[in-house]
Design a protein around this ligand. Structure first.
Ligand code: SAH
Ligand code: SF4
Ligand code: F3S
Length: 406
């Protein structure tokens, strides 16, 4: 695989060398998607393309897509419409990859209505990009490179990082949880963890290059599976914490159901692990949580949150919340507000429920009308603004300005 990749990098490089060709990447998704874009940029630069901030001036524009909510899709189609005109005058190569391309309906839509797209690739075939680009610029072929088989996490891809001090390190990919509203398990496949030694080697190299802050990434980081020596996420945190030069360790996203005592103890004893912990709630009502297939109750979530705050001195929480899940009543939504009031989250990422084709929630009864979803969203936002503002003032009084771990 790697040899094949290097062969095509070299072939493209020979062809475009000295032409001063430029690329732009539009990253539309989460941090994992961003980390993939850094690898895509690494491959493109090795092929001989130079980075261009403004995609209108680029010779190759690549969209790394997301499909977690409908608005992410709308953004892609809007941008594709804009770029069509530019392609007509400049002959820009257009590549579209990432999560959305794993959805058969979207693939078909691109095929039918956006025929000027040159390369389409999915989440399991990103590493073939040099070959795909070769086929399109040299053989002048349209390329569709999407498979539905979980790809291994590919080691050793070139990478061009976006920042000099903060770096993301993907530790696992995929999700086995099938929350009923969520498309991610369908487009990212089942959970695959990287070898712990490979992760530690990457972090050590980053430390040598001067990186200070590491974010360990995965759709479900705390279900990470290692080997006999570094068995799980708790062990991995302890090992990363030992790496000299790294000052702050973050992780994204944990699942409350896998937030076991060993993970809490590891955070407590690893001084480099940031004391802001993301604990996605999604909803505060047990019946809604059950319908969402989240595998915890309101009480279990609260108990876990209090346990983290108690055992990790200084810990504050951030969270994700979905409003307007099918069948959610006003009373049930009150439970979400109740949890928010009780836990004083430092930050809340709020989302209006968005139907995803093929998920279980799509066919659930009693979808909530848009006006009610918006009204609930606004109520949550008012509460969240109140809470986060009061936290901000408290923080000013409690911590000196130089405190870096927030
Ligand atoms: N693996 C992470 C979440 C990844 S998706 C976790 O379990 O926390 C990021 C966030 O998008 C989710 O936490 C959820 O709040 C939101 N989300 C996912 N699917 C959604 C949908 N269909 N409608 C609205 N929000 C959604
Ligand atoms: Fe989606 Fe749930 Fe998996 Fe998170 S844990 S990616 S919300 S299915
Ligand atoms: Fe979006 Fe894929 Fe991330 S669907 S949220 S880019 S895993």
């Amino acid at each position: 695989m790697q040899e094949n990749q290097e062969k095509f990098i070299e072939l493209v490089n020979e062809k475009i060398r000295n032409q001063n060709l430029k690329y732009s990447i539009l990253t539309m998704g989460c941090q994992l998607n961003e980390n993939d874009s850094e690898k895509i940029a690494g491959m493109l630069e090795k092929m001989g393309y130079k980075y261009e901030e403004d995609y209108k001036n680029a010779d190759l524009v690549l969209f790394n897509t997301c499909c977690v909510r409908e608005n992410a899709e709308e953004r892609l189609f809007g941008k594709l419409g804009e770029i069509k005109k530019i392609k007509e005058t400049k002959g820009t190569i257009i590549a579209v990859g990432g999560c959305m391309m794993q959805e058969p309906i979207m693939l078909e839509k691109i095929n039918k209505s956006y025929r000027y797209v040159d390369v389409v690739f999915g989440t399991h075939t990103m590493q073939n990009l040099p070959e795909d680009i070769y086929k399109t610029i040299i053989e002048k072929k349209k390329v569709k490179d999407v498979i539905d088989i979980d790809g291994e996490i590919i080691e050793g891809l070139p990478i061009k990082r976006n920042d000099k001090f903060r770096a993301s390190v993907t530790i696992m990919n995929g999700c086995n949880n099938f929350c009923s509203y969520c498309i991610v398990p369908y487009v990212r496949g089942r959970e695959r963890s990287r070898e712990p030694e490979k992760i530690l080697e990457e972090v050590r190299n980053l430390a040598k290059e001067g990186y200070k802050e590491i974010t360990l990434l995965g759709q479900n980081v705390n279900s990470y599976k290692g080997n006999d020596k570094i068995r799980n996420f708790a062990d991995l945190l302890i090992e990363v914490n030992k790496i000299e030069g790294i000052e702050i360790i973050r992780f994204e996203s944990p699942h409350p159901k896998d937030f076991k005592d060993d993970v809490i103890d590891a955070i407590a004893k690893c001084e480099k692990v940031a004391r802001i912990i993301h604990l996605p709630l999604q909803a505060g009502n047990t019946k809604v949580l059950n319908e969402m297939n989240r595998k915890y109750t309101k009480e279990q979530y609260l108990e876990l949150a209090y346990k983290i705050k108690e055992r990790v001195p200084g810990a504050v929480l951030s969270t994700d919340i979905i409003v307007g899940f099918p069948g959610e009543t006003d009373e049930e939504f009150e439970d979400t507000l109740d949890v928010v009031r009780k836990l004083n989250f430092e930050q809340i990422f709020m989302f209006i429920y968005s139907v995803r084709k093929g998920t279980r929630a799509e066919t659930m009864p009693n979808h909530i009308p848009e006006n009610i979803k918006s009204e609930r969203f606004n109520r949550l936002k008012i509460l969240a603004d109140k809470i986060t503002q009061s936290i901000f003032w408290n923080t000013l009084f409690l911590y000196p300005k130089s405190c870096s771990v927030t």
